[in-house]
Write a protein that binds this ligand. Sequence first.
Ligand code: HEC
Length: 141
Amino acid sequence: MPMRFPMATGAVGAVAAVLLGCGQGVAPVAPPPTPGGKLYLANCVACHRLDGSGVPGMQPPLAGTPVTVGDPGELLAWVMYGRRPAVLTPGTYGGLMPQFSYLRDAELADLLSHVRSSFGNHASAVTPAMVAAARAAQLHR
Ligand code: HEC
């Protein structure tokens, strides 16, 4: 006798079919289900996109762009506090970026390590100690 999965039929099955059907033939480039990948999905994907390509004129790509793969301290100061690195020319992009200092040290380390090793990037990892140092540097400005 075949196994039955009642949850996969009826309303739940219909909802799943709708959700699965909404891709409209576009192959998603989902990040790996690592902690950093999940944090990227939760915090950054709306603006910088699944593949890190950004939106022309609005949000920069994160693939190979100077702040993304540059000095981790400058990257942290930007992502946590909006402190603009010299290489990021004001007025180039129309969008505004929120600040993410509310994320925990380990979360920011996972998230930025993910970004620095995704989208073709091969930059060094960010550690929780680097995040803590960036917080301390901001406090003592
Ligand atoms: C609401 C949209 C938005 C969200 C969400 C967002 N960003 Fe941004 N991001 C921007 C915009 C706009 C800029 C350019 C800002 C400027 O030049 O003034 C930017 C710039 C950047 C840069 C500099 C790119 C470079 O190297 O030149 C990095 C790195 C970055 N964002 C990382 C992130 C990360 C990581 C997250 C998630 C934690 C995130 N952003 C979430 C809009 C966003």
